[in-house]
Design a protein. Structure first.
Length: 450
């Protein structure tokens, strides 16, 4: 197998991998990127971007539902699901080519193939071996495999974005972000939706009160939610699928056209032969130091969804990739700081969060002031006929610092950035409250949220 020497090999052509190329190419290093599939990875091709096309349609259906409040008479909406999927595909069709062109302009060599470690400083791809001073694992994530019989009958979010027929009924196994976002799309499109979650509540890593608000709104639009259940098996039942699950000590079944794996995603590191690279890992979790470097092989860095300790968010992947690129150039000096990075669940309405939950803030020993507001009866909420508009802001009493903010509705996915900016740059709660906002806007309500 022929061998050649390069400075940097990046395993993966998604946001994280492309983030690495910024500093490394500016420093003149020779960079080779290995990508077996579409350039850009999950987010623009099978995740964030195509999903938002469907979410935007759900928003339109929600607006139509509320039109009568604005004294507008409309007929029953009819969604052409096949045409919507075609629109989604058309929206993202040019992204892989555009990103490939970006890598070309940046001077990055892209090899179409999946690499695997051959030695601690070498990666094999196809019939070639690349020896590199630095190797970056930026391979993203893959749907979590579930162990019960019939799990192979489930589809994934990839399939949801490809199917041109709207199923009449859908069961999501798992109540994570993917399940909630797609359940809102499906339900508003007219499908009967059920969520089966093994944990006592949905979205266990987010503020419990905020999640409870979303849970209530999700049930209001017709989604059946069962928590604290264990799926036993999935089997074919004529033209349907039958899901057997245990709830409160007794077994139940439900039949649906489709069963979707909504149990989240795990680091996509199978097949990399980490042992050959002397990369310490346990059950797919690569051991890393504070600089995103392998604790057992200093030539190896990890960024993006392959980092198991951080949120699987596209902006975080890009951010970590840029940190890794700087560490390759400067030496291991730079540490990621996740303070003030917001996350959003794109339901309709959206749930947005930044900083600490109330429980985490109190567990850290902070003396907190908690401002909770149900805003759907506020003038702004009534003006737009919001069904759910709610906010919780967690504030350090002594320092007057915002520790966390959790919003549902009320343009949450946009307003959360004001709280994120305050957390990141230590802007006090008083300063945020006393800022002069444009009026009447949802942003102006931040004064009252505090």
């Amino acid at each position: 197998m022929p061998t050649r020497n390069v400075d940097v090999v990046i395993l993966g052509g998604g946001n994280a991998g492309m983030g690495v190329t910024v500093a490394t190419r500016e420093a003149g290093l020779e960079v080779v990127m290995l990508e077996p599939d579409l350039m850009g990875g999950t987010c623009p091709n099978r995740g964030c971007m195509p999903k938002k096309v469907l979410v935007a349609a759900a928003h339109a259906l929600d607006e139509i539902e509320r039109a009568k409040t604005h004294c507008i008479t409309v007929g029953e909406p009819s969604l052409d699901w096949a045409a919507l999927i075609d629109r989604e595909k058309a929206m993202i069709a040019g992204i892989p080519g555009s990103l490939a062109g970006l890598m070309t302009r940046r001077g990055v060599e892209v090899i179409r193939g999946r690499g695997r470690f051959a030695e601690p400083n070498a990666v094999a791809v196809g019939s070639e071996t690349l020896e590199a001073k630095h190797i970056v694992i930026a391979t993203g994530s893959t749907p979590r495999k579930l162990p019960f019989p019939g799990a192979e009958l489930m589809i994934t979010s990839d399939d949801v974005l490809n199917e041109r027929r709207l199923p009449a009924s859908v069961v999501f196994v798992g109540g994570g972000v993917i399940a909630l976002e797609f359940s809102h799309v499906y339900a508003r499109a007219g499908a009967a939706v059920t969520i089966l979650e093994v944990l006592p509540r949905l979205l266990g890593n987010m503020d419990a009160d905020a999640v409870a608000q979303l849970h209530r709104e999700t049930e209001r639009i017709g989604v059946a939610i069962h928590t604290g259940v264990e799926v036993r098996r999935i089997e074919r039942a004529g033209g349907l699928l039958r899901v057997a699950y245990e709830e409160r000590g007794s077994e139940h079944t439900i039949e649906a056209d489709r069963v979707v794996n909504g149990a989240g995603r795990v680091a996509n590191v199978d097949g990399l032969d980490l042992a050959a690279g002397e990369v310490a890992a346990e059950r797919g979790r690569i051991a890393l130091d504070a600089h995103l470097c392998s604790t057992s092989n200093p030539a190896v860095y990890v960024c993006g969804d392959a980092v198991t300790e951080t949120a699987q968010l596209s902006p975080i992947a890009t951010y970590e990739g840029r940190i890794v690129g700087r560490n390759i150039v400067d030496g291991p000096k730079h540490k990621p700081d996740y303070t003030g990075i917001p996350s959003c669940v794109y339901t309709v309405p959206a749930l947005a969060s930044v900083g600490l939950s109330q429980a985490d803030a109190e567990a850290n020993g902070n003396e907190v002031r908690v401002a909770v507001n149900d805003m759907h009866e506020w003038l702004s909420g009534r003006t737009y006929a919001e069904n759910a508009a709610w906010a919780k802001v967690v504030i350090d009493k002594s320092a007057d610092r915002i520790l966390g903010a959790h919003l549902l509705g009320h343009a949450a996915e946009e307003l959360i950035h004001i709280f994120a900016l305050a957390i990141k740059h230590n802007i006090t709660a008083t300063e945020v409250r006393d800022f002069v906002y444009g009026f009447p806007t949802f942003s102006a309500d931040i004064k009252s949220m505090l």
